[in-house]
Design a protein around this ligand. Structure first.
Ligand code: ZN
Length: 762
């Protein structure tokens, strides 16, 4: 306690907290949640109530508070006397400040004044280094995803930590120190925009321990998801180590695609439930930790929470409200589609299985997550449009995977855009276009920009386990849209080699696929009989199938992030993670779980993007934008007139071959990358700077008229009442009582034992 001990004490005080408290922060949160859960199943309010039981007093906390109030004046007198030794205060204050400076990625003042030329020079050096660092990381990531081994996984994790370390070092030693106010004039707007793109460090701002933990949790959740297996329906008690098992791809996906007979109801339910047992349920605790770390990453960047971090690429103060507004405008159409599909499903499975007025059981919509319903088109449709599926023709004509990619490439070059042959180094040699037989790979389709150079030909690749069918032909166009974007903005600054916002990137390939899927185009490329006539009947069938894919997706595309935004901002508590997920599923999608759920489950984690830290709102945005782009390009190609929408219907438009109008305008949008605000880029193509749902509604107008007419004709109820049916409530209540008794007995047993075994020191 000598004056010169001040710093030593401070050092010891702080370091002890670094190695003790800091190391257990996440574990403590988890422990507190579990303690609360333990209290809840005992019908106690929370862990505090559980802890106070030994005092056997209703108002024990008040008794303590009263005692403390009586002692407090004495303590304050003692404290006042001690404060004469001012150093106590200084000590405490300094220790706190020291702690903050370690944890926070805030700017430190005073800032360094640089000239505009110096700021430009830094930008150039940083950009080139950034490109080569990203290139290194992409190589390691590719090696891992196309050949999953422990070694490749380790190399990949290390290389992504290296990239983070470099980003952090540049941020701490340079970017955060610069005084950028010199750029706040119109003539330097571009340079200012560049600095804006690097100003927020993001997740790499976490300290090294937390950052490594954050990466490891995601890797762990993803590999659990990837390796999850269930026992086959006809061998439900199988031994997973020795017997054959089912994996998500291809076994479970095929079951959802092909099981739509009445007698498949129970098999689908089995598969639906078991997948959630082995995937989501297994990662619930890890997800909680991951969400906390993501929030922490946001906080040290002075952002409110993980949701704000995720929304940064959209550069709008009110982006969530924009999305909510778009969704409100689309919701009536979704409800009509939902009503019609439920009506057909109720007829098919019987009203005892599918209530004509309630939410639809989530397992009978032809998809593990009920996110796209096109697979059950045959049991919903009264139309004859099976001939629009050209899979048979592709097989007959001997289509290969390579020919499918060439077909897509031809569509792009027909619009005057770049070709794989000239703008990519060795696309077919470098890509992985089929599932290899000799090793484990991540099959989830993706398109890659290796950032190898600043001009074409560049290193662009696709990873996809392609099969020769129409669905994959459309998916190829989606992925090729990403590749085309890469090739078009290759000469932009490396930091602007991004979509105008992430939704733009997802929308490009889909936009072109809207032309490719038209009967006119399929005839043109010889996949549809030249004598095929698109009458009103097959036209409605075509639109219904499209709506079951694109419109059915809208609420799912919205709630995936609406849910995670709420988790990040704390409005969904960890003890209600699953219940709140189902509240959103029911409110927006009008679907319900086919089996009772509990807070042991974590059904959002049964979806890839949740366990792999991929934001999802981009897909919702893309579903709105692609119809906007399609309509604009069709107007440019002279194939659609918004003032006479019935003359040439939007869904029949094929922009193929229009280099001078549609192609040229699209090229401008693509080449801009993210160098401008997306609203400006959007306006450049469409003439409006806000997202709009009108083109989507134009496209589906004939179908919507038909649905309204059917709803009126058959008196089909629209919307859904939320009450669970009685047959489900009874087992839930009985089950809950049994579970409570069992857990209470177990806990009582544990507590008795612990009380005897431990009388610990304070
Ligand atoms: Zn994509």
């Amino acid at each position: 306690m000598q004056k010169e001990d001040f710093d030593k004490l401070k050092y010891v005080w702080e370091k002890w907290r670094d190695v003790s408290g800091r190391a257990v922060r996440q574990q403590f949160i988890e422990y507190a949640n579990l303690t609360n859960q333990g209290a809840l199943v005992n019908e106690l309010k929370d862990g505090g109530e559980l802890w106070l039981r030994p005092y056997e007093s209703e108002n024990f906390q008040e008794q303590i508070a009263k005692l403390y109030d009586q002692l407090s004046p004495f303590y304050q007198e003692l404290h006042a006397y001690m404060t004469r030794y001012k150093f106590f205060f200084t000590l405490a204050v300094l220790a706190c400040v020291g702690h903050i400076s370690v944890e926070s990625a805030k700017k430190t003042y005073p800032l360094r004044d640089l000239s505009v030329d110096e700021l430009k020079a830094y930008k150039d050096t940083y950009s080139e280094k950034y490109r080569s660092e990203v290139n290194k990381q992409a190589e390691a990531e590719w090696a891992f995803q196309t050949n999953i081994t422990d070694y490749n996984s380790e190399v990949q994790v290390n290389s992504s930590l290296e990239l983070s370390a470099w980003l952090k070092q540049e941020w701490v030693s340079s970017i955060s120190q610069f005084n950028l106010s010199i750029l706040d004039v119109p003539e330097h707007a571009d340079l200012r925009r560049w600095y804006a793109s690097v100003e927020v460090l993001g997740i790499p701002a976490l300290d090294d321990t937390d950052l490594a933990k954050w990466s490891q949790i995601i890797t762990s959740m993803t590999s659990l998801y990837g390796s999850a297996r269930i026992c086959p329906f006809d061998n439900q008690d199988c031994n997973p180590n020795t017997d054959p098992t089912w994996s998500l791809e291809p076994d479970l996906e095929n079951i959802f695609l092909n099981s739509m007979q009445k007698e498949d109801f129970d098999k689908l339910k089995y598969v639906w439930e078991k997948w959630r047992d082995v995937s989501g349920r297994a990662v619930r605790q890890q997800f909680i930790e991951y969400a906390n770390l993501t929030n922490q990453g946001a906080l040290v960047n002075e952002l409110k929470d993980g949701g704000e971090l995720w929304l940064r690429p959209y550069e709008s103060e009110n982006f969530q409200e924009q999305i909510a507004k778009l969704y409100d405008q689309l919701s009536p159409f979704y409800q009509e589609l939902h009503a019609y599909v439920r009506y057909k499903l109720s007829q098919h499975y019987g009203a005892d299985k599918v209530s004509p007025t309630g939410p639809i059981p989530a397992h009978i919509l032809g998809n593990m997550w009920a996110q796209g319903w096109q697979a059950i088109f045959p049991i919903v449709s009264e139309f004859n449009s099976s001939s629009l599926d050209v899979t048979g023709a592709m097989v007959e004509q001997g289509y290969t995977v390579k020919k499918m990619f060439e077909t897509s490439d031809n569509f792009f070059t027909g619009l005057g855009l770049e070709s794989l042959d000239t703008a990519a180094l060795d696309f077919y040699g470098d890509s992985m276009l089929e599932k290899p037989a000799d090793r484990e790979v991540v099959c989830h389709a993706s398109a890659w920009d290796f950032m190898k150079k600043n001009k074409n030909p560049g290193d662009f690749r696709i990873k996809m386990c392609t099969s020769v069918d129409m669905d994959d032909l459309i998916t190829i166009h989606h992925e090729m849209g990403h590749i085309q974007y890469y090739m078009q903005y290759v000469e932009q600054n490396p930091l602007f080699r991004e979509g105008a916002n992430p939704g733009f990137h997802e929308a490009i390939g889909d936009t072109l696929a809207l032309s490719v899927a038209t009967p006119v185009h399929l005839k043109k490329i010889g996949l549809l009989d030249p004598n095929f006539e698109l009458d009103e009947n097959s036209q409605l069938g075509f639109l219904l199938r499209m709506a079951m894919e694109k419109v059915a997706f809208l609420p799912f595309g919205y709630i995936m992030d609406l849910y995670r935004w709420k988790v990040f901002n704390g409005s969904i508590a960890t003890e209600n993670l699953n219940q709140e997920w189902w509240n959103l599923r029911e409110t927006y999608q009008g679907v319900q779980s086919p089996v009772p759920r509990t807070e042991m489950d974590f059904d959002p984690g049964a979806k890839y993007h949740v366990v792999n830290d991929v934001p999802y709102i981009r897909y919702f945005v893309a579903h709105v934008l692609q119809f906007d782009f399609h309509q604009t390009l069709c107007e440019l190609a002279g194939q659609f007139n918004p003032s006479k929408p019935d003359e040439k219907p939007l869904h029949e438009c094929d922009i193929d071959g229009d280099k001078t109008n549609a192609g040229a305008k699209l090229k401008v949008l693509l080449q801009a990358g993210s160098s401008k605000h997306w609203a400006e880029t959007l306006e450049g193509l469409t003439g409006h700077s806000e997202m709009t749902v009108d083109p989507l509604l134009n496209y589906f107008k004939p179908l919507r008229d038909y649905l309204k007419q059917q709803i009126a004709l058959h008196n089909i109820p629209v919307g859904w009442s939320s009450a669970a049916s009685e047959s489900e409530v009874v087992p839930i209540v009985v089950g809950a009582i049994i579970a409570t008794i069992a857990v209470a007995t177990l806990i009582a047993f544990v507590f008795v034992r612990r009380r005897k075994a431990r009388e610990n020191r304070a």
